[in-house]
Ligand binder design. Sequence first.
Ligand code: NAP
Length: 233
Amino acid sequence: MAGKAKYSGKVLVAGATGRTGRWVVSRLQHYGVPVKVLVRSAEKAKAFGDVDTIVGKIQNDEDVAKAVAGCSAVISALGSSEVFGEASPGEVDRDGVIRLVDQAAKAGVKHFGLVSSMAVTKWYHPLNLFAGILTKKFEAEEHLRRVFGKEGRSYTIARPGGLKDGEPLRHDLHVDQGDRMWNGWINRSDVAELLVVSLWTEKAKNKTFEVINEGEEEHRQDGLDKYYDRLAG
Ligand SMILES: NC(=O)c1ccc[n+]([C@@H]2O[C@H](COP(=O)([O-])OP(=O)(O)OC[C@H]3O[C@@H](n4cnc5c(N)ncnc54)[C@H](OP(=O)(O)O)[C@@H]3O)[C@@H](O)[C@H]2O)c1
């Protein structure tokens, strides 16, 4: 993108090698925003080219402290994929995000964007059979709101419906608050875009919201910041 970057600080992307995280990196680069990544695999990070990279795990305080150092914002697209171990909901979606929040606050990070999930408040939702993933995500959300909802810091929590792959800015979106939705899909790229624009969109600050496609037919979007106008508060 030609011209001045929309955001001047460096942004740490956690979960950068994931399917949403890769879009977060790519949309930050699209807007000319300096990026740092925390990755488990140096091999996978090669795809990013010349990007400031910390190889480490979200379980390790030192790795996480190195990752947040020098960053003014964090976007987490971390996600669990196994019932037990270092990629489990307890270790990643709850404790990993909590560790990232605490280290970020300690390092002076000002804004924290989190990919959470629709239905995190519904303990009885069938998805919770996967090692209590929804409840663990909700606990991490609560911690983020407590720590970054304070003066001088801000957060944006996106709770998407089912994630799909595809290009960003191709669908009308439907946003809501209060975890009242049960179904719906959205492209990972649009979730990434929403969190990237939250860096410089005042109405995105200190918001938690659900988001899905309004319809499956394509409808080009000039930008997604307008969806933050529809949120309360
Ligand atoms: N799938 C859905 O329909 C859906 C719906 C709503 C919300 N969500 C949530 O949306 C988020 C993004 O989903 P996604 O499909 O993009 O996830 P994904 O492709 O599985 O990516 C997850 C990322 O987390 C990283 N990670 C896992 N364990 C880690 C650890 N111990 N230390 C450091 N990094 C670690 C992975 O690293 P590696 O690349 O090294 O594995 C990967 O980069 C997740 O939180 C997911 O639960 C998903």
